[in-house]
Design a binder for this molecule. Structure first.
Ligand SMILES: Nc1ncnc2c1ncn2[C@@H]1O[C@H](COP(=O)(O)OP(=O)(O)OP(=O)(O)O)[C@@H](O)[C@H]1O
Ligand SMILES: [Mg+2]
Length: 249
């Protein structure tokens, strides 16, 4: 066991309060965290009542492996620790995302989520976002309401695309994204004397409403689409937006 520095010891022994340990690479953060868990287990805590989350799968398996080694070493002299070693397999030592999906699966009805949902990898999430942005842009250009028309007139497609993505990234970091959005739209509407528009989202209590009230294209008078205005990668046909609305031009 290393000779702990006073700060490492303080992090290992702190109890009943939140602590944040920030230290340079290779300075002993994981070692301290393992020792902190071990000292809690020696004092009678249960490994399957703990939550240990990391950002990467590699870090989670490193944590599990190092805990396994420490527990195996000490279990020889301590029967209680032997029990904790046997419980290690069912302990919540995972990435933050894996833990969240586990909770969502356990309570999928309460959050109206797909129980078969899984953690998306970066590539999949990027292509889903690209598709969603593309669909929103097509809807916007197919049937802009007055606000949408103003947006189209004032900004280039690339700028709108960029704003959409940045807004999405920002909203994802909010605890209640749609409530945040409604609050800010209400503030803007209050500053704008025009009549109040209908609610943008039917169920603003839910961050990701299943139904939506996006404007539907009439398709009677074809408008220049954002793709026609600006070359864009991917395949797209003039009637794509119309097909999406179930109407034909
Ligand atoms: N006080 C100490 N005295 C001697 N060695 C130590 C001390 N603290 C940590 N170490 C050793 O330093 C090495 C790196 O520790 P560790 O892997 O915990 O660092 P880390 O901060 O988690 O690294 P990373 O940033 O790469 O995740 C390990 O071999 C560990 O045993
Ligand atoms: Mg580490």
């Amino acid at each position: 066991m290393p000779d702990w520095t006073p700060k490492q010891l303080a992090a290992i022994q702190a109890r009943n309060r939140s602590i944040l340990v920030s230290a340079a690479a290779g300075s002993g953060k994981t070692t301290v965290l393992i020792e902190r868990v071990m000292s809690l287990l020696r004092a009678g805590a249960q490994i399957d009542r703990m939550l240990v989350v990391t950002f990467t799968r590699a870090a989670a398996s490193e944590m599990r492996e190092r805990l396994q080694k420490a527990l195996t070493r000490e279990a020889r002299q301590d029967r209680a620790l032997k029990k904790q070693r046997d419980l290690l397999g069912s302990a919540d030592i995972s990435t933050l995302h894996q833990f969240c999906i586990k909770i969502i699966r356990q309570h999928f009805q309460a959050v109206e989520a797909d129980p078969m949902g899984r953690v998306g990898d970066e590539g999949l999430l990027k292509s889903l976002l690209d598709r969603a942005v593309e669909e929103e842009m097509e809807l916007l250009y197919a049937a802009p309401d007055p606000d949408g028309q103003q947006l189209i007139d004032q900004y280039r497609d690339m700028q709108i695309d960029d704003m959409l993505r940045r807004l999405y990234t920002f909203l994802r970091s909010q605890e209640a994204p749609w409530a945040w959005m409604e609050g800010h739209l209400a503030q803007m509407d209050a500053a704008d004397p025009r009549p109040a528009p209908p609610p943008r989202w039917p169920n603003s209590a839910s961050p990701w409403p299943s139904g939506r009230t996006a404007p539907r294209a009439t398709c009677a008078t074809p408008r220049p689409t954002w793709r026609q205005r600006r070359p864009w990668p991917g395949s797209w046909s003039k009637t794509a937006a119309c097909r999406r609305t179930g109407r034909r031009s």
